[in-house]
Each structure stands twice: as C-alpha cells, then as structure tokens.
Design a protein around this ligand. Structure first.
Ligand code: ADE
Ligand code: ZN
Length: 350
C-alpha cells in the first residue's frame, strides 16, 4: 500500500477542529518575514531606533486591509525594515517556530527573502546566521525539523538574482532550495530560467510561486522552464484541465494558502475556495499559512477556518496532512515516520 494513502472513518463535525489541530503536519509555504507580528515590529523598531509611520500596534494592524497581492507586498517590505541584526532574524524565526510547534507542525520549510535585507545594507551572513540558529534550536528544543528556502524577488532583475545566489553560495549548506516570490503579474517564471538552471546544477531543490494571481501559463512555465518540484499557490490551475492532469500525473505538490487567498481577494469568500476541487482532481494539495502575521492565522487556523467554510471532512484532513509529508523535501524514512505519527492521531479519533 502507498505510504501516504489511508481510508479513514468519518469524524463528527464537533470533533473535527480538534483533529485538525492535533494532527502532525508539515508547513511548506511560509515567508518568515510574513510572520513578523505588529508587536515584534514595534519592539524591533524600538531596539534598533527605526522610525515606523504608525502610532501603535492597533494602527498598524488596521492598515492590513489588502485588495490584491501588490497592496500587501508594499506593507510587507516596509515591515521588514526593522530587521537589522542577527538576533532580530533569530527572534522572528523563533517566534514563528514556537507557534508552529503549538500547531503540531513537525516540519517547517521556511522561505526567506534576502534581497529585502541586502538592499538595505544588511549582509547575507547576518540574515542566514540568525535564521539558521533558530532552525537548530527548533530541532533540539521544540522537536520541529526546520529548513530554509531562499527566494528570489521576481520584480527585480535576473542579474540581481545571480548576485544574490553568489552571495549565498558560501552558506550553501544552510538552505535546502530556492524559490521565486513577490509581484507575479508581468514577471513570468521564464525571466529566471538561467538562474534556476544554475541552482539545479548546484543540487538545490526548486520551487516557485505561480498561479496565485497569474495565469495557468505561468504554472506551465514554472514546471517546464524552471523545472520546479513544487508550485506555491497554483490555485489558478483549475482554469486549465490539461494542467490539472499534468499536476496530478506528475504528483507535483501545490502549496495552497487559503487565508492568504481570502485576504488578497483571490477568492471572494472562503466557502468559494477551490481546495476541494484540487483534491478531487487528484492533486497533491497542501494547506499553508503564507504570511500568517498579515493574513489572520497560522497553520491550524488555516485548517479549521477552511474546513468550516467548505465542509471538508476527516478524509480530506488525512489527505492534506499526508500530502504535506509527501511534498516535503525530507528523506523517505522520515516521511514514513511522520505518516506513522499521523496514523496514531487518527486512531485516537476513530
Ligand atoms: N511574498 C510574501 N508573500 C507572498 C505571496 N503570497 N505571493 C508572492 N510573494 C510573496
Ligand atoms: Zn507565498
């Protein structure tokens, strides 16, 4: 039998949220800069003497009313400007990892955006040292396997991406892969074909945001030109039946972020999210938090709110958690261990 498949009995609606919270899971799509809570933004601003154009935490939170991806990115990059020292990057990552552990996340593959920091004069070493130290502590103190994926900002040039890769190469053993994020429309994956080809030669895992706001064509080129192993978001794929078939056949994981999609107006309400359609199409869809400090919830909230709004049940819960382990970049034996732990939690709820 396939390691990741299991038929599970139904669970009563009033017990489903507890099951969703208790089940072990992997988070595969989370930008560490997007976990910076307003309280920590203010604390770091004070510590580093950085001025921010909001009077207090409440005023900053009120500004989190987004209409699309770009309206979010503008405020997200501004928030990251309080990060200056190695300890700041550690504190941010540690705060996320504590929350992840509380949500029973047993593996976290965390994105970071070095260009947001290096262009302000913060060194690559400072960024990676702080994040990596938090990952090491997460394993010993929280039991969370945490890894880093370095993202290139797609609104910047190919030349900038190559320079970023060059700066990161001395720290090659501290990140497991590369990704592509930021403003999607007008910046198709093929803009970074040569950078991704080089990263592939270096043996790095490859992922890319595609089909968040952009068309199915961007998902095709992420697969065929960049040769990525996972698609981040990918929710626009349901518009293209041939693409759905390809994603299902090749078991390409989609790292879906429901509360992000809601906040960035990709779907008008959570009840209209297409997660069920992706699962019914046989895709390796997963649930993730994207930028939890900005979108109103970490992993468990993404699960409980999406299930409540769409009527998904225990079988979908199994599939989504199992998919998160299948889609992770760890070895087969570790994946089997995670699925065994998942099975033990489902047995308790049977
Ligand atoms: N950077 C942080 N969050 C992002 C998202 N949802 N899409 C693209 N780039 C991002
Ligand atoms: Zn993202």
């Amino acid at each position: 039998m396939n390691t990741f498949s299991r038929t599970v009995p139904p669970v009563a609606a009033d017990r489903l949220p507890d099951l969703l919270r208790a089940m072990p899971k992997a988070e595969l799509h989370m930008h560490i800069e997007g976990s910076l809570e307003p309280e920590l933004i203010f604390a770091l601003a004070r510590r580093n003497g950085v001025a921010i154009p909001y009077a207090n935490v409440e005023e900053l939170r009120r500004a989190y009313a987004f209409t699309n991806l770009q309206s979010f990115l503008d405020i997200y990059y501004a928030g990251a400007s309080v990060l200056q020292k190695e300890q700041d990057f550690y504190d941010m990552a540690w705060a996320y990892l504590e929350r992840a552990a509380a949500d029973n996340v047993v593996r976290a593959e965390m994105f970071f955006d070095p260009q947001t920091h290096t262009e302000r004069g913060v060194s690559m070493q400072t960024v990676v040292d702080g994040l990596h130290r938090a990952c090491v502590d997460a394993k010993s103190k929280l039991g969370v396997d945490a890894e880093l994926i370095m993202c290139f900002l797609r609104h910047l040039s190919e030349e900038d991406a190559f320079a970023t890769l060059e700066q990161a190469l001395p720290l090659r053993d501290r990140f497991i892969g590369v990704g592509l994020d930021s403003s999607e429309l007008g910046h198709p994956p093929e803009k970074f074909a040569r950078v991704f080809a080089r990263c592939r030669e270096l043996g790095l895992h490859l992922v890319a945001h595609a089909g968040e706001e952009g068309p199915p064509a961007y998902v095709w080129s992420a697969l065929d030109v960049l040769k990525v192993e996972r698609i981040d978001h990918g929710v626009q794929s349901t518009r293209d039946p041939a693409l759905m078939k390809r994603l299902a056949q090749d078991r390409i994981p989609l790292t879906v972020c429901p509360l992000s999609n809601l906040k960035l107006c990709v779907f008008p309400d959570l009840g209209r999210h297409n997660l069920r359609e992706l699962l019914d199409g046989g895709l390796v869809a997963t649930v993730n938090s994207d930028d939890p400090a900005y979108f109103g919830g970490y992993m468990n909230r993404n699960f409980t709110e999406t299930f409540a709004a769409t009527g998904l049940g225990a079988q979908h819960a199994w599939q989504l958690a199992a998919n998160s382990f299948e889609g992770s970049f760890t070895d087969a034996a570790t994946k089997r261990g995670y699925v065994d732990r998942l099975g033990a939690v489902f047995d308790r709820f049977a």
